[in-house]
Design a protein around this ligand. Structure first.
Ligand code: PRX
Length: 665
């Protein structure tokens, strides 16, 4: 869609001309239209512009509408210590009170919060009401307290998609502790590094999990991870599969023993809105993952409000976000957003292809799912399997679709609308990040869509595109996507690293008149109608099946292999995953390259970082192009390997190394 321009700017080369107008009925009955009517707002443009211009008043209004405060706040936003913005100063709040207690004590007590679908097809689906959820959360919260977990303590979670995961999160939040979830597909080392970084007092895992109907071990990984994490006093283990586990007396405790006899009531801590709700690690430009911190107050507002407006959830909707709770999408849109709204959500434990490619579509049919939110990588996988899979099932309960994680290519967008959306459903392509906590650019049910565009910044966000100097680029051009003003669900800091937080997101425009502008780290363009088109990351971060993985992290895992001396990792376009990981490796002197060694390097990364980060190809080279200061120029490696022009190579100390990079396409 775009080509390189001067000064890092990009130009739109080819424009999408198809427009999909929203059906009148959707528009008329939408939550957002109700708001517009109340405020006398006539057009979508006016809505987006007014709310964003008056963003303080807007978020104040939303915070009052969506959140129960124990104590009202006296100041909406405090920017006296930029970039450490504070929201809802003076208030007192608790996420779990908002997500569970107020429903459990009110009219929604018997409403289903989660329909949980286990992976093995011979296990029964579980329906959990808000009332039941409250009891489970309270018992577990009391269990945590009995282990000495207190306000501010960190608790690391390493669990599959089972109801005990949100139960644990909500219990932790209720007592003012801070959760740090690590995707259970990460390796022992991946989990261990994160446990150590946040100095967790307690860790929670399961004996095992199911993959393709078979039990697989998980506790063994957790054992390895925390063996050298001195901060961890206890490991709580939920029995999911019944497989054998090793047991460390005094440290390990079964979930069912911990909650036995614990009271079903537990008072929520009344917390400062800035009190941290969670830490979630994501990849940045260096090998070390960043512990992104989010705050209780802002999080009570953002996920619920954006979900209500964008996906238009109503009382009788059945919402299904297919993400794993280990990623931000699951935090915001499987747990906090839907629960704060008091809606019914699906939680599915397994993969999309077990026992066959009809599993998701059967699930939609069986549970009459009305709104589906998934990722382009899943859509492309289903496309490849053929439309006959969804065609076997009745998907007529669906009324709205969504996409997240990476740009959705127009072909996949059209297939999604056609074969899942019956040729008529609108697709909400939501652009956002771990750091933003909620959707930032997204259609609303009233928005005319262009396939592949996340359309416009949502009301309340001042999102635009800058050149390197902090000038807004005109329509038709591209640059860095930025937020000019703060928002309630924004990241607050990195755990234990103030400097890096400032450097990564705020430094870029700090010395310009735009001080306080957030640099998202993505490139984007806007077409002549102002539609946003996300082009990908500015930094060296790969996007594999919608997951952010730092090139540097994979490289550092590779060079930890005893035979590897140096490595450069690049992303190769992949039909389904968006990008696949390809590594170029210099071996130690005297080591001969071989296909076995290549496999061994892949296995090594898989073990070190987990399967998501494993390269699909390893190429052995004699040299890698480097700058005079010794930095490997990945850009040049990538261009050569993909058969593209290598551009300016004058900074290279060893230009001859470029020739040794094989063509991989
Ligand atoms: O590059 C953007 C891409 O995913 C990055 C954020 O990754 P993460 O923090 O793991 O969160 C993923 C789920 C929100 C962004 O910087 N991205 C996410 N959604 C989209 C997207 N790129 C294009 N279109 C999207 N809808």
């Amino acid at each position: 869609m775009a080509g390189e321009g001067k000064t890092g700017k990009t130009k739109v080369l080819q424009e999408e001309t198809r427009i999909f107008e929203p059906p009148k009925e959707l528009v008329e009955n939408s939550n957002v239209m109700k708001y517009m009517k109340k405020k006398g707002i006539k057009t979508e443009k006016e809505l987006r512009e007014t709310c964003s211009k008056n963003y303080i008043e807007f978020w104040d209004e939303m915070a009052k509408e969506y959140v129960d405060w124990f104590e009202p706040y006296s100041k909406v936003m405090d920017d006296s210590d930029m970039p450490y913005f504070k929201w809802f100063t003076g208030g007192l709040v608790n996420m779990t009170h908002n997500a569970v207690d107020r429903h459990a004590k009110g009219a929604k007590k018997d409403k289903i919060a989660y329909i949980w679908v286990p992976e093995p097809t011979d296990q029964a689906t579980q329906k959990i009401t808000y009332g039941e959820l409250a009891k489970e959360v309270n018992k577990f919260a009391n269990g945590l307290k009995s282990l000495g977990v207190k306000k501010g303590d960190r608790v690391s979670l390493y669990m599959p998609m089972i109801p005990q995961l949100p139960i644990a999160m909500l219990a932790i939040a209720k007592i003012g502790a801070i959760h740090s979830i690590v995707f259970s597909g990460f390796s022992a080392k991946g989990f261990g590094d994160r446990v150590k970084d946040c100095e967790a007092k307690v860790a929670i895992t399961t004996d095992g999990f199911y993959r393709r109907g078979k039990p697989m071990p998980l506790k063994a990984n957790a054992d390895e991870a925390i063996a050298d994490a001195p901060s961890v006093e206890h490991l709580i283990v939920f029995k999911r599969t019944g497989i054998d586990v090793n047991w460390k007396e005094g440290r390990d405790i079964w979930w069912h023993d911990l909650v036995k006899g614990k009271p079903e009531e537990c008072e929520a801590e009344k917390l400062d809105p800035e009190h941290r709700l969670f830490i979630l690690y994501t990849s940045g430009t260096t090998g070390k993952p960043k512990g992104i911190e989010h705050a209780q107050g802002g999080y009570c507002v953002g996920p619920a409000q954006t979900l209500h407006w964008v996906f238009d959830l109503k009382e009788d909707d059945v919402w299904w976000c297919t993400a794993d709770i280990g990623w931000i999408t699951g935090h915001s849109y499987i747990v906090y957003g839907p629960l704060c709204l008091g809606v019914t959500g699906i939680m599915y434990e397994g993969s999309p292809d077990f026992p066959d490619f009809g599993r998701w579509w059967k699930l939609i049919q069986d549970h009459k799912v009305t709104v589906l939110y998934t990722a382009p990588t899943a859509i492309r996988m289903f496309m490849k399997q053929g439309a006959e899979w969804p065609a076997k099932y009745d998907l007529s309960s669906l009324r709205l679709l969504g996409s997240v994680g990476e740009p959705i290519n127009p072909e996949a967008w059209m297939w999604y609308r056609e074969h899942i959306g019956g040729g008529k459903l609108q697709i909400m392509d939501t652009w956002w990040q771990t750091e933003t906590g909620t959707f930032i650019c997204s259609p609303l049910p009233i928005t005319p869509l262009k396939p592949g565009s996340c359309t416009f910044p949502l009301p309340g966000f001042n999102t635009t595109i800058y050149d390197e100097l902090g000038n807004e680029v005109p329509l038709g051009e591209g640059g860095n996507i930025v937020n000019e003003t703060p928002w309630p669900s924004m990241l607050r800091a990195f755990y234990g690293d103030k400097e890096r937080y400032h450097k990564e997101y705020w430094e870029m425009y700090w010395e310009t008149p735009k001080r306080g502008t957030y640099l998202a780290g993505d490139k984007a363009t806007r077409d002549k109608d102002g539609y946003f088109w996300i082009q990908g990351r500015i930094d060296d971060v790969l996007s594999v099946a919608g997951h952010r993985i730092a090139n540097a992290e994979v490289e550092s895992a590779i060079v930890a292999h005893p035979n590897a001396a140096e490595a450069a990792v690049i992303g190769k376009p992949d039909e389904i995953k968006g990008e696949s990981i390809v590594a170029f490796v210099i071996l130690n002197v005297g080591v001969d390259p071989s296909p076995e060694l290549s496999k061994d390097v892949i296995t090594h990364v898989r073990k070190t970082l987990g399967p998501v980060a494993a390269p699909t190809e390893v190429h052995f080279v004699n040299d890698l192009p480097k700058t005079r200061s010794g930095k490997i120029m990945r850009r040049v490696v990538k261009a050569k390997a993909l058969g593209n022009p290598t551009g300016d190579t004058s900074a290279l100390a060893n230009p001859e190394a470029v020739e040794g990079i094989p063509l991989i396409v």
